[in-house]
Design a protein around this ligand. Structure first.
Ligand code: FAD
Length: 419
């Protein structure tokens, strides 16, 4: 601030504000140790030079997009991974639970991005104010799951994609697709250097629950209200919680059509949240969550240090998740487990399948819908089967019956340790 002769610079939290009194003397430009200040109207030179044509452009650097990029790059494709946020993985919109066997298929566990190792599951049913604890079905020295630190985990996955050869760009949002008839030919993106068009043989839409890629290329990804969970979650600090146990509450009062959770994060912290079926609840998830916490003294003693809200799709993926030159993965393709709401492992599985099929299609010179459909088929024959099974189970138990002991048994098998 002190370099400015007219006192036009003001630092508010992490934002630098330039007042109208600025006389554009540019003294501040050379004072910035990062070289991050540029004269108005100028753009930083791209370093290294940006290729405006890629084999594959992946939109969204969540677990689905990062794994798609990693897979395609490791198979020799030129890959660009675009992320609209300035920091991959942040803010976290997730309870961060994952079963250990699901995780291990894609990445070796690392303490750097693991908050807690889970060995027990507790499921509380409200009907009889009775709490049942299912012991883990694996030897106690093994883990049934983890609570991740996704802020780090997502970034590590993107770093792996970069190491495999993908170019990663943050703070760069896809605004639309380049289309030739009904074939997708690339992406219009906007980043720190402005708007540009990027040609791609295949575009992979991994842009999460808020996905626009499907709509842009004519794939119907709309969700019926009943297939949408509305969630709220606090990170509570200063609570006395079993650091190796994930807690689930099946209670129509607490979370109509859904459930509440407490996932420990170590050091007296836990993700405490709930998801409600959007069509059933007259109260907001945040109101319900606040009440849930207030009614439990062991939670009420904690301080909320983060609040997040988000949606979870709990239906089935649309009939089509590929078109000419374009594929959808993860939440963008609604590939979340309908029973548990867990989507990290499915997004990673879909990312690997899509990245592989896209790379093979590029190598064969055929990126038509027909060629890319091998991804859809592989999904339906693999992780999609379990999704379908869990969707049918969810349908078999209407929301009013989801706090029965029978449902708790089914739910316990689905969470198998952690979500
Ligand atoms: P995301 O992780 O959502 O990543 C999508 C990325 O795309 C984001 O980084 C976004 O910024 C980026 N993006 C979006 N639009 C654009 C654009 N136009 N241009 C560039 N980038 C864009 N799952 C579990 O397995 N376990 C849990 O415990 C769990 N808890 C949850 C709790 C809550 C409250 C919520 C809301 C979800 C939870 N989920 C959980 C679901 C899980 O978070 C998602 O299923 C998972 O993150 C999906 O991964 P993804 O890669 O498909 O999408």
């Amino acid at each position: 601030m002190s370099v400015c002769p007219v006192n036009a610079l003001d630092l508010r939290e992490t934002r630098l504000i330039v007042a109208e009194t600025c006389i554009e003397c540019n003294l501040c430009l050379s004072a910035c140790p990062m070289g991050a200040l540029i004269p108005a109207g100028e753009c930083l030179p791209a370093e290294p030079p940006i290729r405006e044509s890629y084999d594959i452009v992946v939109i969204g650097a969540g677990p689905g997009g990062a794994l798609a990029a990693r897979e395609a790059a490791s198979l020799g494709c030129s890959v660009l991974l675009l992320e609209k946020r300035q920091e991959i993985g942040s803010p976290v919109r997730c309870a961060e639970g994952i079963a250990s066997e699901s995780l291990a298929r894609f990445i070796a566990p690392d303490a750097v991005w693991i908050s807690a190792e889970i060995r027990r599951v507790s499921i509380a049913l409200a009907t009889r104010e009775q709490e049942k604890t299912w012991a883990s079905q694996v030897p106690s020295e093994q883990h049934v799951g983890y609570v991740l630190e996704r802020r780090v985990f997502d970034r590590v996955l993107a770093e792996q994609a970069a190491r495999a050869g993908a170019r990663v760009e943050v703070k760069t949002a896809a605004l639309g697709l380049l289309l030739d008839g009904d074939a997708v030919k690339g992406v219009v993106a906007e980043g720190p250097c402005g708007r540009r068009e990027i040609a791609a043989r295949v575009v992979i839409g991994a842009d999460g629950i808020e996905s626009r890629v499907g709509a842009w290329c004519g794939l119907d990804t709309t969700l019926p209200l009943g297939d949408h969970m509305a969630c709220a979650q606090f990170l509570l600090s200063g609570i006395d919680v079993d650091p190796q146990c994930t807690y689930y509450y099946l209670d129509a009062e607490v979370a109509p059509g859904g459930y509440a959770w407490v996932f420990p994060k170590g050091e007296g912290r836990a993700n405490v949240g709930l998801g409600v079926e959007a069509s059933l609840s007259t109260h907001s998830p945040l109101d319900l969550l606040t009440r849930f916490i207030e009614q439990r003294s062991w939670l009420a003693q904690g301080s909320p240090v983060t609040l997040i809200a988000g949606g979870v799709p709990v239906g089935l993926p649309p009939a089509r998740i590929v078109t000419h030159g374009c594929m959808l993965v993860g939440d963008a393709a609604r590939q979340v487990d309908p029973l548990t709401g867990g989507g990290i492992a499915n997004a990673m599985a879909a990312g690997v399948l899509a990245g592989r099929v896209a790379a093979e299609a590029v190598a064969a010179g055929d990126v038509s819908q027909h060629a890319l459909q091998r991804y859809e088929q592989a999904w339906n024959a693999g992780p999609g089967r379990q999704m379908l099974r869990n969707y049918r189970l969810r349908q078999r138990f209407p929301s009013g019956e989801r706090m029965s002991e029978r449902f708790a048994g089914v739910f316990a098998m689905a969470v198998g340790g952690a979500k």
